[in-house]
Design a protein around this ligand. Sequence first.
Ligand code: NI
Length: 193
Amino acid sequence: MIFKKNGNRIVYTVGAPVLRKIAAPVAVVDDNIRKLASDMIDAMGYFNGIGLAAPQYGESLRLVVIDVPQESNTGSPGEALLLPKMPLVLVNPEIVMSSEKSASREEGCLSVPGLYAPVCRPERVVLRTQIMDGDFIEIECGGLLGRCIQHELDHLDGKLFTDRVEPDTARQIRGDLDRLTRIGQSRNFRRNK
Ligand code: NI
């Protein structure tokens, strides 16, 4: 794995303290926030992510960008509304309800490069958020979108998907995760492909 910075395209990796902080709400959407969101969309595209939370970009703010593919649509109201509008910027997003039914699905994260593991999460969630420069919405999201929203919102509370894996999986990935964490701590940072 090569870790380096490429212009504005930064992704902090596990071991960086910013990933473990509770992020602060966005007080006002001004030009600085618009610039941050635009830089985050650029970095997300460059690193082939479907979501990026501001703490991964080094800013401890409740701001998330997502770019979930249209083909992943499973027909929930949120997917119908939001998938055609990607990429999207979510300002102060929150999950206000979760389905009792859960599902396991493999996840990865730009901040945990090269590591993938199944994570069990609610199948559907109700997302309440402001779309940047758009509406406030509250809508049920399933499929990959629902999954991505839960993963990204975890970042705003200092959580990584590796915190949520089953105990057996945690044992299997511990060595790789420790190695990545040491790299993240010693280089404090950001990755390139
Ligand atoms: Ni992530």
